[in-house]
Design a protein around this ligand. Structure first.
Ligand SMILES: Nc1ncnc2c1ncn2[C@@H]1O[C@H](COP(=O)(O)OP(=O)(O)OP(=O)(O)O)[C@@H](O)[C@H]1O
Length: 323
């Protein structure tokens, strides 16, 4: 049986009022139920614009978006019921305790009626708060004021808030911004845990490739367009096709002539000649070179470099050639 995507985006475009170009330019993609989907791109690529449209906080210019079967255009209320959101800039009240922040949130959103004291709240509310606090590791701090909280603890609280209504999809807009390495790592751990326990779909925006590596699928967006999409493995294979070899010879001119006659993709630079190759190893190519070499360096770029390279190439910069 074919599983319907939980998020379906077709030809989505957003052009801000006074902007010359659209910030999101005809993008299409779909996300399956339970998937961890990463939307990766550099600053200004269009990630926040896209996630804001998907979470109904920004209107689109054109295109079709369906979330959990509901059309964004005609059924925004139903969409909102199905989603939880972790914003880049949270709105937390530092004078209140963590639990009071949750209570305020659920009553504003009509999930539970407001009661002035925790003990007066419905049993289902208390159980859900306890369950989620345990899951993210914030059980002991629930009744402490937020002004004593670290950045990581605030993130945990936001996660609890965003999951109170049992959403099917959790949207996270660059959730690790401003967090130290340790808090980042634990955020990933409990997000994975939540995903398994709640069987939730995660839609994450990030500009860190390493964060996208743990996703089921990655979509790279650049300048409002989708540059590449696939599993992290597919993305890796695609990005790492261009390996380089740095060669030099006492007779560099002859080496270059030889490379040219063998239809090699090469480029001369101050430290020799860069040769690009697609094969697994450069062996086949080296067999054709008779000029005595004074230098042979083989270089496979890291995934991060390959990603930066892809973005740079699309910016029209000089092609990345390694070192
Ligand atoms: N309200 C706005 N009015 C006009 N242009 C905007 C507005 N908001 C964003 N933009 C432009 O749209 C483009 C995409 O911005 P967006 O915030 O979606 O990118 P992003 O990928 O989320 O970047 P970042 O990683 O820096 O958050 C940018 O060129 C930005 O300047």
């Amino acid at each position: 049986m074919k599983v319907e995507p939980i998020i379906q985006v077709e030809q989505l475009t957003k052009k801000y009022k006074r902007a010359k170009e659209p910030s999101v330019n005809g993008i299409s993609f779909s996300v399956h139920p339970g998937e961890f989907f990463a939307f990766l791109g550099p600053n200004g690529a269009g990630k926040t614009t896209t996630i804001s449209i998907l979470t109904t906080t920004l209107s689109k210019t054109s295109g079709v978006v369906k979330i959990a079967g509901a059309d964004l255009e005609t059924d925004a209320r139903k969409v909102r019921q199905q989603i939880g959101i972790l914003f880049q800039n949270p709105s937390l009240d530092y004078e209140l305790t963590a639990e009071e922040n949750i209570r305020l949130h659920v009553s504003i959103y009509g999930i539970y009626p407001y009661r002035p004291l925790y003990r007066m709240m419905p049993k289902a509310y208390k159980e859900r708060v306890a369950e989620l606090a345990k899951m993210v590791g914030l059980k002991d701090e629930l009744f402490k004021k937020l002004k004593t909280f670290s950045g990581g603890m605030k993130r945990k609280l936001e996660i609890i808030r965003s999951l109170m209504h049992n959403p099917k999809i959790l949207f996270l807009d660059e959730p690790t911004q401003g967090l130290d390495a340790e808090s980042r790592r634990s955020l990933w751990e409990y997000l994975q845990h939540i995903r398994q326990k709640e069987n939730i779909t995660i839609f994450l925006t990030t500009h860190y490739l390493e964060e996208a590596e743990g996703a089921d699928r990655v979509c790279i967006i650049n300048k409002g367009k989708i540059a590449l999409a696939g599993t992290p493995e597919e993305i890796k294979n695609h990005l790492l096709v261009k390996k380089t070899m740095n060669l030099d010879a006492a007779n560099r001119k002859q080496l270059i002539e030889e490379l040219a006659t063998n239809f090699c993709d090469y480029e001369e630079w101050e430290h020799g000649v860069k040769v690009y190759y697609d094969q697994k190893t450069p062996h086949g190519l080296l067999q054709h070179i008779k000029t005595p070499l004074t230098k042979l360096e083989i270089r496979v770029p890291s995934l991060e470099e390959a990603y930066v390279d892809l973005i740079k190439m699309q910016e029209g910069d000089k092609q990345y050639v390694g070192n």
